[in-house]
Structures are given as C-alpha cells and as structure tokens.
Design a protein around this ligand. Structure first.
Ligand code: GDP
Ligand code: MG
Length: 177
C-alpha cells in the first residue's frame, strides 16, 4: 500500500487577522480561487475556505478562516480562534496605523491560542510601492523581535500570496510531525 492509502489526513485551521481593509478577504480569495475584488465587499458569507495541498506526499487540508468584517467592531470572537494552529497577521504597507495595530492583534491571538500557533506577519499591498508607509526593514524587525515569519504580499498582483499561506502550512506541519 502506498502512503496515499494510509488513511492519514491533516486538517489545519488557519486564521487571518488584522485591521479592517488591509486585504485579508482578498488574500484568501486570491489564494483559494485566484480571485480579486477591487471593491470592499460588504462582506458576508463564507466563514472559511478549504484548500488542499500536498506536503511530503501527505494530503493537507488548510481550512482558512476569514473574519467577515467583525474586526471593524473589535469583536472577533473566541470561536474564530478556537482550534487554530496557524495565523496570518496582516497589515497594509501603505497605512502605518494598520502596522501599529499588529501588537494588539498578537496580544489577542495570544489570549486565545497557545504559543505553538504558527504565526506569519504579512505586509500586504506591496504593489503600492509609491505610497509605501512602512518599510520592509520595519516589518522584518517587528517579526524578528516577536518570533514571527515575515513576508510582503500583493493580493492585487498575486505576489507571494501562495508563498505566505504555504509558509504557514509547512510550519504547522513541521510543528506536529
Ligand atoms: P479586509 O477588510 O482586510 O478583508 O480587506 P479587503 O480584502 O476587503 O480589501 C480592502 C480593500 O483593499 C479592497 O478595496 C481591496 O480591493 C483592496 N486590496 C486588497 N488587497 C490589495 C492589494 O494587495 N493591493 C491593493 N492595491 N489593494 C488591495
Ligand atoms: Mg474582509
């Protein structure tokens, strides 16, 4: 029997957090279905999307959760975090306030999840180089001091989107195997 018949299956819950309008929903739709929406959706609907990836010949299902806009009211619930094994903490490189919120999001994550959660700091909208408000070095530096992975992405032009989610998925996989 090949490894694919061994019946092993992994389901990883990953949450995407960060201030309103940093691009969380678009990162997810770009990754899960290669779609991008220029307008901020008055989001409702799907709580999560499931993406299947193969790591070391094993099928992994990444169940990626989107806030559906509750973050606007600072009311992301504990149900959102429950069982998460990975998190993308997203800010917008063209809006410094969203970067300054990262520490608050990390605190919230830490109160709901244990420290073993794989955490990636994501500076999104790197296509907006001409109105950049947070340097790559600043992002790296915060990530280093907090012990996070770091990457800049663009949900608009697809830069590093797949890579960002796959860093999280591989790190989770390494944590458990
Ligand atoms: P959320 O509130 O964090 O889920 O953010 P959304 O995904 O709804 O995106 C907010 C706005 O930013 C929308 O108008 C998107 O079109 C835009 N946006 C999202 N990602 C990017 C990106 O990578 N580059 C640019 N230029 N705009 C983006
Ligand atoms: Mg959203």
């Amino acid at each position: 029997m090949g490894a694919e018949d061994s019946g092993e299956e992994y389901l990883f819950k990953i949450v995407v957090i960060g201030d309103s309008a940093v691009g969380k929903s678009n990162l997810l739709s770009r990754y899960a279905s290669d779609e991008f929406d220029l307008n901020t959706k008055a989001t409702v609907g799907v709580e999560f999307q499931t993406v299947c990836v193969e790591i070391n010949g094993k099928e992994v299902k990444a169940q990626i959760w989107d806030t559906a806009g509750q973050e606007r009211f600072r009311a992301v619930t504990s149900a959102y975090y429950r069982g998460a094994v990975g998190a993308l903490i997203v800010y917008d490189i063209s809006r410094r306030t969203t970067f300054e919120s990262v520490s608050r999001w990390l605190e919230e994550l830490n109160t709901h999840c244990d420290t073993a959660v794989a955490r990636i700091l994501v500076g999104n909208k790197c296509d907006l180089e001409d109105i950049r408000d947070v340097s790559v070095e600043e992002g790296k530096s915060v990530a280093e001091s907090e012990g996070l992975f770091f990457i800049e992405t663009s949900a608009l032009d697809s830069t590093n989107v797949k890579v960002a989610f796959e860093i999280a998925i591989k790190e989770i996989y390494n944590n458990i195997s």
